[in-house]
Design a protein around this ligand. Structure first.
Ligand code: ADP
Ligand code: ASP
Ligand code: MG
Length: 404
């Protein structure tokens, strides 16, 4: 008997037939003699609909109320999944995040898990029940509902797997696994048998939304090996695990594109110590994730700062920057028509020439580079959004990623 955590994403529980499909799959696992904890997302589109409703009633909704609202989506699917299992004669109990003992910090809309008190859940599990846990949500010490950031059901699954010492953690989605690029954009993208935590982490944070970034971070920290698989077939998926020596032989593991970013140019700020600190402190205090920061050479006592923020945090950034710009002068402009394209691979640590090959491929499709940033195992560029898909295909081909 093994203890298995299975997470089913939004498309996998997208309607009642799909929820029944999930129940059938869970039953097969349980009938094989395993203990099963299931984590479900909201039905595909529901979280987005709820966000749109919030914005329709208030331009900058309170983040506490946002969490109250967004937690609804997963509450629908846990109950329906439990009922579908009852319909198959399988004992099952649904748990909200709070009932599952998922305690977080107080940062609404992107709370971090602090601890999990899984005792009640373990008791129900030992009694022979399948446990269905609402993904994406938790509770803070004051009993406030929190959510874990978009895609956060992945994190619920991985954190639970660590907390209950599961033997297996399976992330079921609408693709067979992790590919060398988004298979919806790059048709000849190839499924990877395995990938290291570091590479998965970079791909996720650079826009491959197949896994939530923080869930991969958590898995790496606690050594949770997991498999990304499809809920629509029985194909083997992709194993995500600690790096092993042979992984370095591949220079570029994958290409990621993030179209949900905005470029911010803060121009004509005072070119003196403390300016950047003032600007980025304001953004940090609003919990905004800033990336790809570039400052140009100052002229006439003035300088420009350029960086990217998630598109979903643009309005918050506008708001947060206003008082800072009163202090340091200058003005902010926003460009939403950009995309970030990145190549990722642990082999970059030991191979050279990746930047040149990347820039060549981008030049051939006429993509102008607006920003560039590098780390040990990735290179990212900001290009125009309407070139992004074509550029991803060109870069994928340039590195021969369709071949094993
Ligand atoms: P779920 O609702 O199951 O959590 P998501 O929509 O969050 O599913 O993630 C799955 C999607 O991620 C796929 O449909 C695919 O289009 C996209 N995706 C982006 N990059 C990749 C990649 N490198 N490999 C696989 N899927 C990817
Ligand atoms: N329902 C949430 C979202 O859409 C969490 C998830 O699907 O993982 O972001
Ligand atoms: Mg997801």
């Amino acid at each position: 008997m093994a203890r298995i955590v299975q997470k089913y994403g939004g498309t996998s529980v997208g309607d009642v037939d799909r929820i029944k499909n999930v129940a059938n799959r869970v039953k097969v696992t349980r009938d094989a003699g395993h203990e099963v904890v299931v984590v479900v997302s909201a039905r595909a589109g529901v979280t987005n609909e709820l966000i749109a409703k919030a914005k329709a009633v208030c331009a900058l909704p309170s983040e506490r109320e946002m969490d109250q609202l967004l937690a609804i989506g997963e509450q629908e699917t846990i109950a329906l999944t439990a009922m579908a299992l009852h319909g198959l004669g399988v004992p099952a109990v649904s748990y909200t995040g709070a009932q599952a003992g998922i305690f977080t910090d107080k940062v609404h809309t992107k709370a971090k898990i602090r601890t999990i008190d899984a005792k009640p859940l373990e008791k129900d599990l030992s009694a022979g029940n399948v446990i269905i846990v609402a993904g994406f949500q938790g509770i803070d010490d004051d009993g406030q509902v929190t959510t874990l950031g978009r895609g956060g059901s992945d994190l619920t699954a991985i954190a639970l797997a660590a907390a209950i010492k599961a033997d297996k953690c399976e992330i079921y989605t609408d693709v067979d696994g992790v590919y060398t690029a988004d298979p919806r954009v790059v048709k000849d993208a190839r499924k990877l048998e395995e990938i290291s935590y570091d590479e998965m982490l970079e791909l996720a944070s650079l826009g491959s939304k197949v896994m939530q970034t923080r869930s991969v971070e958590f898995a790496a920290k606690y050594g949770v090996v997991f498999e990304v698989r499809s809920s629509f077939n029985q194909n083997p998926g992709t194993i995500v695990k600690q790096e092993v020596a042979y992984m370095e032989k591949v220079v570029v593991r994958g290409v990621a594109v993030d179209k949900d970013q905005a470029k911010v140019v803060v121009s004509n700020v005072a070119d003196k110590p403390g300016t950047a600190a003032r600007v980025f402190r304001a953004l940090a205090d609003a919990n905004i994730n800033v990336d790809m920061i570039v400052q140009n050479v100052g002229r006439g006592g003035l300088a420009n700062l350029t960086f990217t923020v998630p598109l979903s945090e643009k309005d918050k950034a506008v708001h947060a920057l206003a008082p800072a710009l009163k202090d340091v002068g200058g003005e902010a402009s926003f460009d939403e028509k950009i995309a970030k394209l990145s190549v990722v691979g642990v082999g970059m640590r030991t191979h050279s020439g990746v930047a040149a090959a990347l820039f060549d491929a981008l030049a051939k499709v006429g993509a102008n580079l607006e920003l560039i940033s590098t780390s040990e195992i990735k290179i990212s560029v900001v290009i125009s959004k309407d070139k992004a898909d074509e550029a991803a295909r060109a870069v994928h081909a340039a590195f021969g990623l369709e071949q094993a």
